[in-house]
Design a protein around this ligand. Structure first.
Ligand code: ITT
Ligand code: MG
Length: 197
């Protein structure tokens, strides 16, 4: 089986990549397989900048092709926040629950129709001594009034999909991987294999 290294420590992302790449015949390795590597500071102002940095540092270190995922939640009523700050929105300990609670609190006076939001995912593919390629995906929805569901990770319990009348955390892994921002970005990436491989 072919191997793909993803520069992430996020177990939710790793599980989704493992399921989606398995269909394409790739085995996924992650930063959890390289615990000796230092943390990479995500100080970019765009998803692409952060994804590039994560992929390029690891590609140089391992001297092989690496993919990174930088993603987050963009809320219109919050001028795009948490955006690139999604992971640490409620503080450095990166608590999914605290992050979601902070968003819900900030939107407490915002009515349903104005709670539009999207998940965004930028994938960067880096190889030593070569330009980096980017593939993006977005998934549109609304911020729910309260957290519901226990599948997925991150902001999934507060992200409502009107077409299914469910939050992302109420979907099965298969349902999420059919429509998520990550699935759409990965579809682009796989469609452009001749570009990056
Ligand atoms: O940087 P790595 O190691 O990949 O892991 P991370 O968790 O720090 O990931 P990001 O820097 O990309 O931050 C993404 C944030 O957006 C959230 N997020 C990303 N994709 C999501 C998804 O599919 N569902 C819910 N929340 C998501 C996630 O919980 C983080 O808080
Ligand atoms: Mg991160």
């Amino acid at each position: 089986m072919k191997e793909m290294v993803i520069a992430t420590k996020n177990k939710g992302k790793i599980a989704e990549f493992q399921q989606m790449f398995a269909k394409a015949g790739w085995e996924v390795k992650s930063l959890l397989d390289y615990p000796e590597l230092p943390d990479i500071e995500e100080d970019g102002v765009t998803f692409a900048e952060n994804a590039a940095k994560k992929a390029e540092v690891l590609a140089t270190h391992l001297n092989q092709m690496v993919i990174a995922d930088d993603s987050g939640l963009v809320v219109d009523a919050l001028d795009g926040r948490p955006g690139v700050y999604s992971a640490r929105y409620a503080g450095e300990d990166k608590s999914d629950t605290a992050n979601s609670e902070k968003v819900l609190k900030e939107l407490v006076d915002i009515p349903g129709d104005d709670r539009t939001a999207r998940f965004v995912c930028c994938l960067a593919v880096a190889k030593p001594n070569r330009e980096t390629f980017f593939y993006e995906g977005a998934c549109e929805g609304y911020i729910a009034m309260r957290a519901t569901g226990s599948n997925g990770f991150g902001y999934d319990p507060i992200f409502y999909l009107p077409e299914l009348d469910k939050t992302m955390a109420q979907l099965t892994a298969e349902q999420k991987n059919e429509r998520s921002h990550r699935a759409k970005a990965l579809k682009q990436l796989l469609a452009k294999k001749e570009e990056w491989s």
